[in-house]
Design a protein around this ligand. Structure first.
Ligand code: HEM
Length: 561
């Protein structure tokens, strides 16, 4: 055993050093591995030397553990104390204490359900975890949407740090500065404007026909409809973004393993986004971050091949590289490559998710499928293919069914994180003052089922709520008047809102209508015998966008009227 030669109380020295370390973490929020090493290992090592010593190994370990425990204790005391800036907001103690609380739910995939329960328990504002310290407020209020997503006092929060692909290159959806973001978004907006998306009509038609043809070949067999919606979504996006044929529909499978890579990458990215500070550490250990890196590498490959080959059609990359808007966007070649991943995920997975949900609801509510089929048969008589996009946009029940699927299960189930800017002095969200530095969000799944905005039966698939009628018949058969129905379109935000909303919304709607109408017109869709439809929602995973299990079904071709 060594003896300490330091004459002041050594415990006081350890406490002071630990408090200083805690303060440095709180004040500067360091993320570099070298700084963590200095603060967590370097300081206790210096302490050991300062305490002079021939300290035994056990005593040295004691100093180290005391240092760490004290930092954690100071952090916990502050977070639970009445002096914390969010102290007046309710929430579970664990959520106030640590962001691992949210990360745990994220890893389980049920964060969206859990956040809804918290709102039911605590009210319209709840302190939930957060990806930068447990400093996030969730608002289940329609008047929170504008200040959070459409005002310029809030930028994207640390959750979006995973959109940075290296030290300099960030995907479009990770660009926080509004001016830089607007410039980067310009060519995307042009490529996906209502006028220009007409150029992709041909691709929608071709892929819709391929889908119907391939499904017809498998009539009577049990097939996974969720998988087939993926094959459609990815094939379509290959054309739209990169002018490239993935050939998944024709092959009936994920030919290059891309879908699998995206699913793993989305899961990894959803989880890591809760701990953005871990990214620099992961950069040192690439194996730990394999899912995300493989997804980045693969989509960068598509984008890189496409930019080298040049445009042979006016696809997305034409607008990003060759159109006049490309030059004005100030985008660098490496950033263009980084945007390849955004194009793949944002454009294919989301559409496939919504189409899968739509089919699930059609199987759960055959009476709605029947109603929809009557509408389509009437609009497209004698078996005419439902590929007139202008006519499809006018079909009230079709749009009502799609809206209802998007309402109940939006692809981004949880809240999209924004942060009240540091130095802004704070911001008002509805009637609540939110201190600067706070992360805020409106959870879509929860708001879309808020009884004040969608009633009656906010949890029920009831497309009629989107129709304009004098009286309504509920699924129970009860007749109610229009005054008893609330459908607040301002609270319906599956594509988000404001300057960073979905730039592909118009195209997504064209695709959703075309594919949904074609499937309902051409097939009777029944769940597979051995499949329990209850499993569909149970199998969903919330990883920023939705992960799905299989949707086994049997299709019978029908002769359209
Ligand atoms: C039903 C289908 C879709 C839904 C529900 C959807 C939803 C969303 C949402 C909620 C956002 C905001 C994300 C955030 O703030 O973190 C977003 C962004 C985006 N979406 Fe979509 N999306 C869909 C389809 C598409 C399609 C087909 C494309 C492209 C062809 C697309 C391209 C994008 C892009 C590029 C962004 C980032 C925009 C920016 O940061 O300025 N989306 N989408």
């Amino acid at each position: 055993m060594g003896t300490l030669s330091y004459d002041a109380d050594p415990r006081l020295l350890v406490v002071t050093a630990s408090f200083s370390t805690y303060y440095l973490y709180k004040r500067f929020e360091p993320s570099r591995p070298a700084v963590h090493a200095a603060l967590l290992l370097g300081i206790p090592t210096l302490l050991c030397f300062y305490l002079n010593a021939q300290l035994s190994v056990l005593q040295a370990v004691g100093v180290l553990l005391s240092h760490w425990s004290l930092i954690l204790a100071f952090t916990a005391i502050y977070r639970l104390s009445p002096i914390h800036p969010l102290a007046k907001y309710p929430g579970p103690a664990l959520a106030k204490l640590t962001k691992f609380y949210v990360a745990y739910r994220n890893a389980r995939g049920d964060l969206y359900v859990h956040v809804r329960k918290l709102h039911q328990q605590y009210g319209d504002v709840v302190r939930v975890g957060g990806s930068h310290g447990p400093n996030e407020l969730s608002f289940n209020r329609v008047d929170a949407l504008q200040p959070i997503y459409a005002s310029k006092t809030m930028k994207k929060g640390p959750y979006y740090d995973t959109r940075k692909q290296d030290d300099v290159n960030t995907q479009l959806d990770g660009v926080r500065e509004f001016t830089a973001h607007a410039a980067r978004r310009r060519p995307w907006t042009k490529a996906l404007s209502p006028v220009n998306i007409k150029q992709y009509d041909e691709v929608v038609v071709q892929k819709s026909r391929e889908l119907i043809e391939e499904l017809a070949k498998r009539q009577g067999e049990t097939i996974d409809l969720s998988h087939w919606m993926n094959l459609y979504g990815f094939d379509f996006m290959g054309h739209l973004a990169f002018g490239r044929e993935f050939g998944m529909l024709k092959a009936g499978k994920d030919t290059s393993g891309l879908i699998h890579v995206v699913e793993e990458g989305v899961y990894a990215s959803g989880f890591i986004s809760q701990f953005p500070w871990i990214l620099p550490i992961f950069a040192l250990v690439p194996a730990a971050n394999k899912g995300l890196l493989t997804m980045q590498r693969m989509s960068a490959g598509f984008a890189s091949d496409r930019t080298k080959a040049g445009a042979h059609i006016k696809d997305l990359y034409y607008y990003l590289t060759e159109d006049e808007s490309a030059a004005q966007s100030g985008v660098r070649p490496d950033e263009l490559i980084a945007d390849g991943m955004l194009a793949v995920i944002a454009g294919s997975d989301t559409t496939a998710i919504v189409l899968s949900h739509f089919l699930y609801y059609m199987m759960r509510h055959p009476e709605c499928a029947e109603h929809l089929r009557r509408e389509i048969d009437k609009a497209f008589p004698n078996g005419e293919e439902p590929l007139d996009f202008a006519r499809l946009a006018e079909l009230p029940y079709l749009n009502a069914c799609i809206n209802e699927a998007l309402r109940l299960l939006p692809p981004a189930l949880s809240g999209l994180q924004r942060r009240v800017e540091l130095g802004s002095g704070g911001a008002m969200v509805g009637p609540y003052f939110v201190p600067e530095g706070t992360q805020v969000s409106v959870p879509m799944y929860t708001l879309h089922r808020n009884l004040q905005e969608f009633s009656p039966l906010p949890d029920t698939f009831w497309p009629d709520r989107w129709l304009t009628e004098d009286t309504y018949v509920l699924p129970t058969g009860e007749v109610i008047s229009k005054d008893q129905v609330v459908t607040n379109k301002a609270a319906f935000v599956p594509f988000s809102l404001g300057p960073q909303n979905c730039v592909g919304k118009a195209l997504a709607q064209v695709e959703l209508r075309a594919i949904a109408a074609a499937l309902v017109q051409r097939f009777d869709v029944r769940k597979a015998k051995e499949y329990d439809l209850e499993s569909w929602e149970k199998d969903l995973g919330d990883a920023y966008i939705t992960l799905r299990g299989p949707l086994p079904a049997v299709l019978t071709p029908r002769q359209p009227a």
